[in-house]
Design a binder for this molecule. Structure first.
Ligand code: 3HC
Length: 311
C-alpha cells in the first residue's frame, strides 16, 4: 500500500469525483468493487430462472411477451455488470466458475420458488421494486462504469416493476380465486424482499468502508425503510394485506414501523441452504455447458475475421 497515493485517492472520492478504470486505486477498493459488482451480475443472471419457468405458462400472449422482454433485459444487465467487473481486471470465466461452484454470493431472493403465475406479479412488483430502490442509490456510486450501468438498468427495471404491478392489479381486482393467489404470493415474497437490502446496519461489515469510498450512498436500513414506506400504499390499492402484524405508521418517525426479519432464514439461504439454491446453480451450470458450442463458434468466427483482416 502507498499512504500518499491512498490519501490522494480518498481526496478524489471526497471531492465527489468518479473513479475510472485507468485511475490509480487501492487494491482493496478494486477487490471491494469486484466483489459487489460480480455478486450483482450473478444476481441478475440467476434472477432469470424463477421467471423462466412461467414463459410457456403465461396466461396471454401479451403477458408472455412482457415476461420474455423482462428476462432478456436481465440477461443484458448481467452482461453489463460482468463487463463492469472486467474493467477492474476480473476474469469473466473465473467469476462464472465461482458462481457455478457455489463459492460466489448472489441475491438470496432468487432461491425462492415461483409457484403460481401470481408470483411473477409479486416478483416484478416487490423484487424489482426493491432492486430499483437499491439501484437508484447506486447510480451515484463512486466507480464510473458501475454507476453508468445503473442508470441504464434503472430505466429498464421500472418497466419490470410496472408489468409486475399490473399483473397483481389484474389478479387482486379479479375473481376471488385470483385475489387469493395474489395474497398468497405477497405472503411468500414480502419478507424475502426485505432481506434483499442486506443485514441491519449494525450487522453490515462492509458498510463502513462502503460509505467511506462512496460506494454505498444510503444504508441497508434506510433503503429498506424507503421500500416499505412506498409499498404499503400500493398493497392497500390492491386490497391485499402485508403479512406483518407489527406494520404500523409511526407519526413521530414519519415512517412505518415493521416486524422483526428472520435473519436465521436469511443466513441459511445466503449460505446455500434455501429452497432452490441447488436447483439454481445446477441450472446455471447446465446452461453454461449447453452453451459452450455457441461460445466456441463465436470465437472461431472472430478468429477467421481477424485472419481475413490480416491482423
Ligand atoms: N443476498 C445475498 N447476500 C447478501 C444479501 C442478500 N440479499 N445482502 C447482503 N449480503 C451479503 C453481502 O454481500 C456481504 O457478504 P460479502 O462480504 O461476502 O459480500 C454480507 O451479506 C454482509 O452484508 P453487507 O451489508 O456488509 O454487504 P454490502 O455493504 O455489500 O451490502 C448489498 C449488501 C446492499 C446487497 C450491496 O452489496 C449492494 O447494494 N449490492 C448491489 C445490489 C445487488 O446486488 N442487488 C441484488 C438484486 S439484483 C436484482 O434484483 C435483479 C433485478 O433484475 C430483479
Amino acid at each position: 500500500d502507498d499512504p500518499e497515493r491512498e490519501a490522494g485517492f480518498q481526496a478524489h472520492i471526497d471531492a465527489e469525483k468518479r473513479v475510472e478504470p485507468r485511475d490509480w486505486m487501492p487494491e482493496r477498493y478494486r477487490k471491494f468493487m469486484i466483489r459487489q459488482i460480480s455478486q450483482h451480475a450473478h444476481s441478475e443472471y440467476v434472477g432469470m430462472l424463477p421467471e423462466g419457468n412461467w414463459i410457456t405458462r403465461a396466461p396471454t400472449l401479451r403477458r408472455k411477451a412482457a415476461l420474455l422482454a423482462k428476462i432478456q433485459d436481465e440477461a443484458g444487465h448481467a452482461a453489463y455488470l460482468y463487463s463492469a467487473a472486467e474493467t477492474l481486471g476480473a476474469s469473466r470465466d473465473q467469476m462464472l466458475e465461482d458462481l457455478h461452484s457455489g463459492k460466489a454470493k448472489y441475491s438470496s431472493i432468487f432461491n425462492y420458488p415461483a409457484l403460481t403465475w401470481a408470483d411473477i406479479g409479486a416478483i416484478g412488483w416487490l423484487v424489482d421494486g426493491a432492486a430499483i430502490v437499491n439501484q437508484v442509490a447506486l447510480c451515484r456510486t463512486s466507480y464510473g462504469p458501475y454507476a453508468r450501468a445503473m442508470v441504464r438498468i434503472c430505466k429498464e427495471e421500472s418497466f419490470h416493476q410496472r408489468q409486475g404491478f399490473e399483473i397483481m392489479t389484474t389478479l387482486a381486482h379479479g375473481a376471488p380465486e385470483q385475489k387469493a393467489m395474489a395474497q398468497d404470493a405477497l405472503d411468500r415474497w414480502w419478507w424475502p424482499s426485505l432481506m434483499m437490502f442486506g443485514p441491519h446496519d449494525s450487522d453490515s461489515p462492509n458498510s463502513e468502508i462502503s460509505f467511506r469510498w462512496k460506494v454505498k450512498r444510503q444504508s441497508n436500513d434506510e433503503l429498506r425503510q424507503k421500500f416499505v414506506d412506498m409499498t404499503v400504499a400500493q398493497a392497500e390499492f390492491l386490497g391485499l394485506k402485508i403479512p406483518d402484524d407489527d406494520l404500523k405508521w409511526n407519526e413521530a418517525r414519519g415512517h412505518y414501523d415493521f416486524g422483526r426479519i428472520d435473519w436465521d432464514e436469511f443466513w441459511r439461504v445466503v449460505k446455500g441452504n434455501g429452497l432452490c439454491n441447488r436447483d439454481r446453480l445446477r441450472n446455471r451450470r447446465e446452461a453454461y455447458e449447453n452453451g459452450a458450442w455457441v461460445r466456441e463458434a463465436a470465437l472461431a468466427h472472430a478468429e477467421k475475421k481477424r485472419a481475413r483482416a490480416g491482423r
